[in-house]
Design a protein around this ligand. Structure first.
Ligand code: KG4
Ligand code: ZN
Length: 340
């Protein structure tokens, strides 16, 4: 049995968690920087790093307290090694390496997307391997076949904007704050179905790739061609959400068809979208199979998924003892297969 401290600091959230291989998740906490970056309309990397510096140690202390543990109980420290903002990643990695050095325990550099991919295993019921995962975050849109921990096959991905980016950019064009995904979904609730119809790029491309940049241009055109009163903005938001969700649902079903698998797992921030969830439930209900969502708090960035992925990796291969601050701001998930 091992106790793993997890540190997530790849972007604009400081997430800390303690995962025990026998008792499960003991405690976790999160500090979001959304309010800090709000006025800039996007994440400012330098501000993000400084804020991580401010919060990482107090949050570690609070998680220890909540779990009734001390640093001396920790067997390994997992941190997000990449991909992400280099300065932000460096905060988590330097704290992880310094703490691990003083405690004489190994570190585990976790791939942020592996954290998202495995996060549904933290929820009950959890999927069983193999499954198809739709990874939809602010930076990534990928369909993966997951055969086990560390055994991932990319089935398709976005050739341009990520789904979360499409939500965020459309939201920005409609005058909403950053990140606008959830705000756009809220606005879309009062939208008139069918007033506007937006393109579904690559819906019938025959492969499992996505493209969302045309959608942003189409939203821009609509905002320029129409009076942007409250109702029209809601109608455009409605059309944008319908288009994004439609493509995500259709490609996810094709991925199940192509792989012959029956379990679909949704991971990443866009997985919090209620329309996506209800459409997927409906489609899977008709087709047969099962769809799994991480609990909402584990959909967006969090420390629990990093502690958990670290725990899984520690069971497969030893952590490292060299304590070098080796972050990977760009890191292809395909480099990660380590179970073969
Ligand atoms: O996984 P995540 O927290 O961070 C990244 O690693 O990117 O995902 C953040 C993304 C943002 O683009 C945000 O707008 C989107 O997830 N998002 C949503 C919703 N909640 C968060 N998009 C649509 N509907 C939502 N309810
Ligand atoms: Zn993420």
């Amino acid at each position: 049995m091992q106790l793993i401290l997890g540190i997530e600091s790849s972007c604009d959230e400081t997430g800390i968690a303690l995962y025990h291989t026998g008792r499960g998740l003991l405690a976790h906490t999160l500090h979001s920087q959304v309010a800090l970056h709000n006025e800039y309309g996007g994440v400012v990397p330098e501000l993000a790093s400084r804020d991580h510096v401010r919060y990482v140690l107090p949050l570690i202390r609070s998680v220890m307290q909540n779990a009734g543990c001390t640093l001396g109980d920790v067997d390994a420290i997992a941190y997000t090694q990449g991909p992400g903002l280099s300065g932000a990643l460096l905060v988590g990695s330097s704290v992880a390496c310094a703490l691990a050095y003083t405690l004489n325990v190994p570190t585990i550099g976790v791939h942020h997307l592996e954290g998202h991919l495995l996060s549904p295993l933290l929820s009950d019921p959890a999927p069983e391997f193999p499954f198809v995962a739709l990874l939809v975050s602010g930076g990534h849109t990928q369909l993966m076949r997951v055969d086990g921990v560390g055994r991932y096959t990319l089935l398709g991905e976005s050739v341009d904007d990520a789904a979360g980016e499409a939500f965020d950019k459309s939201a920005k064009l409609l005058g909403l704050d950053y990140p606008g995904g959830a705000l756009l979904a809220k606005l879309a609730k009062s939208g008139t179905p069918g007033r506007f119809k937006l393109p579904r790029p690559m819906l019938n491309s025959g492969d499992l790739d996505f493209s969302f940049s045309g959608l942003k241009t189409a939203v821009l055109t609509l905002t320029q061609q129409n009076e942007t009163d409250e109702q029209t903005r809601a109608d455009i938001a409605h059309a944008a959400q319908e288009a994004i969700v439609d493509v995500l649902v259709s490609k996810s079903l094709s991925a199940l068809g192509q792989t012959g698998l029956d379990q679909l797992v949704i991971a990443g921030g866009v997985g919090a979208n209620q329309l996506l969830r209800s459409r997927l439930n409906e489609a899977i209900g008709k087709r047969g199979g099962k769809v799994f969502y991480p609990d909402l708090e584990f959909c967006t960035d969090n420390g629990a998924m990093i502690a958990f992925a670290g725990a899984m990796r520690l069971q497969q291969q030893a952590g490292r003892h060299d304590y070098r601050f080796n972050v990977k701001p760009r890191w292809d998930l395909r480099e990660l297969n380590y179970a073969d």
